[in-house]
Design a protein around this ligand. Structure first.
Ligand code: F3S
Length: 394
């Protein structure tokens, strides 16, 4: 692989031992995947933030790196943490868990990483441009940035993203290359998608069918960015899909090659069967919306639905700290809290320890969350649209 003089000097240890070690990791990955060179990245998103996912070994590793004065070179955000970093006590997060989570955040902060934890960095101040090379980790954020924005990233693992942040580079392979962004399957949608959960169901179904391929959708007449993030998140969860194109909607759809693709069709029957398949419970103990992290529009929709009502069971909506602050300013937070719900920042239903908090059945409108909650959090799942979930609680 071609390396510049500056990059060779990194390998000679000119920027310190930690940077050298991490750069070696990136070069090795590049060699494995046949990269021709290293490329600068505009931003990074690091996963492996929740204490639930990384435990003591991960925490100690991060503290060790931070203690060596390691600093990131580019704008770097974090994936959701295991709890709301400010309101964890009121929400009932365990104290020991909180202590460890705060240690992790402080190590990241020391490295110059923006201590905001979200899977929708593009809604919270980290917005890449079309064709910008980035190194992001969380699967729904990777899908959104590749597909809806047209930025370019592979799905990085926790260590490779951290390495990219500290070295400011990644290897030029996979979805960084135009020829690897071409669709390999056409998906004909013959159903009027309405709720975000319909997009989640479609994504879950298609992900299972196409596994790792790049789908090119036709028949989706319209979709807002909330619906596109729901679609991509579910496809990433069920089929590791990191990029999709939609005719007439996503930025690369007109220019990719779509002749001679095998075609699969999705209609009412497949969407309904997916709803049935993702439902494993009844009567949720808690409803958690905001997977991927909610936009201000989604929070305002919830506020409108619960305004002046009293919820029978807790309803959370997960989001980033920035969007929560905007929601507070708009008075949505007050409306939701008065009804008995909560806007929960920095975390989500999958990476927080909800099973330790006594919840057994969770209601969600996200295909991704419905996919992960049984395995990761031992939950029965009620997968439905926001109206059914929230009206069932008022
Ligand atoms: Fe985000 Fe958690 Fe869903 S990381 S995409 S809210 S599972």
């Amino acid at each position: 692989m071609y390396l510049t003089k500056e990059e060779e000097k990194i390998l000679d240890g000119e920027q310190g031992e930690v940077t050298e070690r991490l750069f070696r990791l990136l070069v090795r990955l590049g060699e494995i995947y046949g990269a021709d060179k290293m490329i600068p990245v505009g931003s990074v998103q690091v996963a492996g933030v929740s204490y639930k996912s990384i435990g003591d070994p991960g925490t100690e590793f991060l503290e060790d790196m931070a203690s060596k004065n390691t600093k990131v070179k580019v704008l770097t955000y974090l994936n959701p943490a295991g709890m709301d970093l400010e309101n964890w006590k009121n929400l009932g997060f365990p104290k020991d868990f909180a202590k460890n989570q705060l240690r992790i955040m402080s190590a990241f902060k020391k490295m110059g990483i923006v201590a905001t934890s979200t899977c929708t960095p593009y809604l919270a101040g980290n917005l890449p441009r079309f064709r910008e090379h980035i190194a992001w980790s969380e699967s729904s954020a990777v899908s959104f940035s590749n597909s809806v924005i047209g930025a370019r990233t592979n799905r990085e693992g926790g260590p490779s993203a951290l390495a990219a942040a500290i070295c400011g580079r990644t290897a030029n392979y996979g979805l960084h290359l135009w020829e690897k962004r071409q669709p390999s399957v056409k998906v004909k949608v013959d159903y009027d998608l309405d709720f975000n959960s319909d997009f989640g169901a479609l994504g879950y179904f298609v992900g299972k069918q196409v596994k790792n391929k790049i789908p090119y959708f036709t028949g989706i007449k319209d979709a807002n960015t909330d619906q596109l993030k729901a679609l991509g998140a579910a496809m990433a969860a069920s089929g590791a899909v990191a990029l999709y194109h939609i005719e007439g909607l996503t930025p690369e759809a007109d220019s990719v090659e779509k002749k001679h693709l095998e075609t699969i069709s999705v209609g009412k029957k497949e969407i309904k069967e997916t709803y049935d398949k993702l439902n494993s419970g009844k009567d949720p103990d808690i409803v958690i919306l905001g997977c991927p992290h909610a936009s201000l529009r989604e929070i305002s929709q919830l506020a409108e639905k619960v305004n002046g009502k009293k919820l029978k069971k807790p309803v959370w909506i997960c989001t980033s700290r920035m969007i929560k602050e905007a929601a507070e300013r708009m008075g949505y937070d007050e409306i939701i809290t008065k009804a008995g719900g909560s806007i929960v920042a920095d975390t989500c239903m999958v990476v927080s320890p909800i099973e330790q908090m006594g919840y057994k059945t969770t209601g969600v409108n996200s295909g991704k969350a419905a996919n992960y909650l049984p395995g990761f959090c031992k939950q029965n799942v009620v997968f439905a649209n926001i109206d059914d979930l929230v009206e069932g609680q008022t």
